[in-house]
Design a protein around this ligand. Structure first.
Ligand SMILES: [Cu+2]
Length: 379
């Protein structure tokens, strides 16, 4: 709970609180908003007359503003299909060595229109690059800490303790905490095949992860997987007022992004989603698809799906591979089945078929609003 009493949990507690502005201190809310928003609120309330009738006044940030992806330095749509294969070379033994360089640095990013967040990043983006390798290769990741805080890269997978990115373990070979200005090269085998993740493991752990230090890590099976339109979705959230609860939820960082820019796919083509949950402060996240079902491969470590379903629940660090085909043209929503998360940004659309023949996602206007102010509750 922030000092001024604004928290998305309290606001989401029910329309009744909103119907009685005095009860939650609407004056305080207005005071906490940025310049220009109060007039938008006034316009909104006078136009629809809904203020005080049990609805949010829906003028939480200036209408029409969008996240500046260029300023962020990344775009959630591009992150979807951006796989970083690093650089490879053949060792004398005949084995393939795959190498990356990852630099941590601090950076302010915009996680919803007008909502800024002081992120800590791997290579300037949140999530960090999707590192992709093939089972059996030798992997080498040179990590440079250009942040003002100590960090590590802790990879999920099978490797020696000294390469685990754990402060206090592996200090003898430099593989513990990496201080600002220092670097360390992690080296391990690509094993097992599947969908994994990496993240910082410096305490306080939740804070270091929640700031944005995480990414997907894919190890393809030796024989590969069937041809598909592949994409990565990292389910995350942002505690913009640092009250240990998230104000914005998303896939690939920007709330509501895939409402504004639905994911274009082809009818009848196999779509493969690499789904990772890195959400902090909430024990569970979920993915639900409308009008369709998918085959689910938990952790991607088996080539046989475990379930044919339309909803999957993941705890933090859980991940899995979804395979589906869309039999009909149209816009199909996907979102967290935790409704609260969905309304705070974790909602999007797949757009199937020729976009010129489809109407824009009808739900966009209703959904692209944060029910709390656009400033993270800070004055
Ligand atoms: Cu860290």
């Amino acid at each position: 709970m922030s000092d001024n009493g604004i928290s998305r949990r309290r606001l989401l507690g029910g329309a009744a609180a909103v119907a009685a502005p005095a009860a939650i201190g609407l004056g305080g809310l207005l005071g906490a908003r940025g310049p220009g928003v109060e007039s938008a609120l006034a316009d909104s309330t006078s136009a629809n007359g809904h203020a005080g009738h049990g609805e949010f006044p829906h003028a939480t940030f200036a209408a029409g503003t969008a996240v500046d992806h260029r300023a962020n330095g990344f775009d959630p749509t591009e992150i979807l299909r951006d796989f970083d294969y690093g650089k490879t070379r053949r060792l004398a033994s005949g084995r393939l060595l795959r190498e990356w360089e990852i630099v941590a640095h601090d950076k302010e990013i915009e996680v919803a229109p007008g909502v800024k967040y002081e992120a800590w990043t791997y290579n300037g983006r949140v999530p960090g690059p999707t590192l992709r390798a093939r089972e059996g290769e030798l992997l080498r990741i040179r990590f440079v800490n250009a942040s003002e805080h100590p960090h590590t890269m802790h990879f999920h997978g099978v490797h020696r303790a000294g390469m685990d990115g754990m402060p206090g373990i592996g200090e003898m070979n430099g593989g513990g905490q990496v201080e600002p200005g220092e670097s360390f090269t992690y080296e391990f085998d690509a094993s097992p095949f599947g969908l994994h993740l990496y993240h910082c493991h410096v305490a306080p752990l939740a804070a270091h992860i929640a700031r944005g230090l995480y990414g997907a890590f894919i190890i393809d099976p030796k024989q590969g997987r069937p041809e598909a339109d592949e994409m990565v979705m990292v389910m995350n959230g942002f505690d913009t007022n640092f009250d240990l609860a998230n104000e914005v939820y998303a896939v690939n960082t920007v709330g509501f992004h895939f409402i504004n820019e639905p994911i274009q796919v082809k009818r009848g083509e196999l779509v493969r989603v690499y789904l990772v949950n890195v959400l902090e402060y909430d024990p569970l996240n979920s993915f639900h698809i409308h009008g369709n079902f998918f085959q689910f491969y938990p952790t991607g470590t088996s080539l046989t799906p475990s379930e044919y379903t339309d909803t999957v629940i993941q705890g933090q660090g859980q991940r899995g591979i979804l395979e589906l085909e869309f039999p009909f043209d149209g816009d199909y929503m996907f979102h967290a089945h935790v409704s609260e998360f969905a309304e705070l940004g974790w909602t999007g659309f797949f757009r199937v078929g020729d976009p010129s023949k489809l109407t824009a996602a009808a739900a966009a206007a209703a959904y692209c609003k944060l029910p709390w102010g656009g400033n993270g509750g800070r004055a």
